[in-house]
Design a protein around this ligand. Structure first.
Ligand code: HEC
Length: 132
């Protein structure tokens, strides 16, 4: 092999390696089903931005401003929960919410302006909390 041929061969090997690496990392990023921790982190960041933890507690076990969200999954389907976050007052007639009304000075704010996909992530996260 001449020197020039060696350089071409080296270049080709590096190129192929880069290409393969790119393929592997792409697959991990866009796998459709995000791994659980990436997904959880996302919901937590969203909830931090929306101040959910300020009223529901850093572990979502409740504060004097809002009830615990741990174990509420037995009450909600994913869709109902997303609807609730968008329009909490529509559930105010439920017996559980009658109690909440007496117990908490402030109401659960409406998150109508938040992207539905983001609310879906938050809902999935709440539904993934232990059943108490
Ligand atoms: C200002 C305080 C406050 C903030 C901020 C807040 N909540 Fe609430 N949340 C409440 C109160 C109070 C209730 C009880 C219902 C009521 O009185 O409106 C409640 C109720 C709920 C419920 C229903 C609980 C059940 O028993 O089914 C869910 C779910 C919920 N909040 C999720 C969230 C999420 C998610 C966020 C952030 C996107 C959030 N909350 C932000 C105060 C708050």
């Amino acid at each position: 092999m001449t020197n020039a041929q060696k350089w071409v061969a080296l270049f080709l090997v590096v190129f192929i390696l880069l290409f393969v690496l790119l393929k592997i990392t792409r697959k991990e990023e866009s796998g459709g089903n995000m791994n659980y921790s990436a997904y959880e982190e996302n919901a937590v960041t969203l909830m931090q931005n929306q101040k959910c933890f300020q009223c529901h507690g850093s572990k979502l076990t409740g504060t004097e401003k809002g009830p615990s969200l741990v174990g509420i999954r037995k009450y909600w389907s994913r869709d109902a929960l997303i609807n609730y976050l968008r329009n909490p007052t529509s559930y105010a007639s439920d017996a559980r919410f009658e109690e909440y009304k007496k117990q908490y000075k402030e109401f659960m704010p409406s998150y109508e302006e938040v992207d539905t996909k983001a609310l879906g992530k938050i809902a999935d996260y709440i539904l993934s909390l232990p059943a108490k």
